[in-house]
Design a protein around this ligand. Structure first.
Ligand code: ADP
Ligand code: MG
Length: 233
């Protein structure tokens, strides 16, 4: 519990800093973006490629800021109910087309049929996106990602995301949920922290099992809820 308390405090602090920084950065970035686009119109200008470069760096800053804002979003109320399978289908169709033409194969199979969850659908979707993105990034040349789900007892639903990527060292595993911890040149180190926060918001949890050189498996535990009254389960 002491560790959990520390983790919660860390999250709160990170969230507060995130909100402040993100809002302060957004406005000047919008102004810069606008002017760069104006300067960018002449393809024959010698500075064209520099403005292109600036534009792509601005995109990156905007991406980091949006990750920050994710982190600082207030916990949603648990009144909303949604159907897990449709979120999973959305996520698979989001990644599927890009992976079809790559050497990474994405397999999925949903075993549990009636999986209603409570919480914010778009937040939970973000968890899947973050974890699948990491899985893709962990595969160096070719490999596989498997996503499947099952219902454990009558209370829990578990979504498993397994990759045949690099796996993690002890050090990486220890730092997995720490803010800004990344082993990637272009990483932000916020994806797993955000995912952990969202899972806690929906009364779920994340477990990880990783073998260096073999791959990583994430287990996302969700609490089952009864379907909305007007829906057949
Ligand atoms: P980022 O992806 O920006 O680095 P994350 O919080 O998403 O930040 O992940 C933190 C670190 O955890 C990654 O840099 C990586 O080293 C490690 N990691 C996460 N998922 C995996 C995975 N599926 N396989 C191997 N390493 C992983
Ligand atoms: Mg990531």
């Amino acid at each position: 519990t002491e560790k959990l308390k520390l983790q919660t405090e860390k999250l709160q602090l990170a969230g507060e800093i995130a909100a402040g920084v993100a809002h302060e950065i957004r406005n000047p970035m919008t102004v810069i973006s606008g002017f760069i686009q104006m300067m960018n119109s002449d393809k024959n200008s010698p500075s064209y490629r520099y403005t292109k470069l600036i534009e792509s760096e601005i995109k990156r800053i905007e991406y980091i800021v949006s990750e920050f804002l994710q982190l600082s979003k207030p916990s949603p109320s648990l009144n909303e109910r949604f159907f897990l399978r449709s979120v999973l289908n959305d996520v698979v169709s989001l990644f599927g087309p890009n992976l079809d033409s790559s050497s990474i194969k994405l397999h999925h199979k949903w075993n549990a049929h009636h999986m209603w969850l409570r919480g914010d659908e778009s937040h939970v979707k973000q968890v899947f996106i973050n974890i699948i993105k990491n899985a893709i990034e962990s595969i160096e040349s070719s490999g596989e990602i498997h996503i499947y789900s099952y219902s454990k007892n009558h209370e829990d639903y578990i979504v498993v995301i397994r990759d045949t990527g690099t796996g993690m060292t002890e050090e990486v595993l220890e730092n997995l949920y720490n803010p800004f911890y990344t082993t990637k040149a272009e990483g932000t180190g916020l994806g797993m922290l955000i995912s952990e926060k969202i899972m806690a918001d929906v009364n779920g949890k994340i477990e990880v099992d990783s073998v260096l050189g073999k791959g990583t498996t994430f287990f996302l535990h969700f609490k089952k809820v009864s379907p909305p009254e007007n829906e057949e389960s």
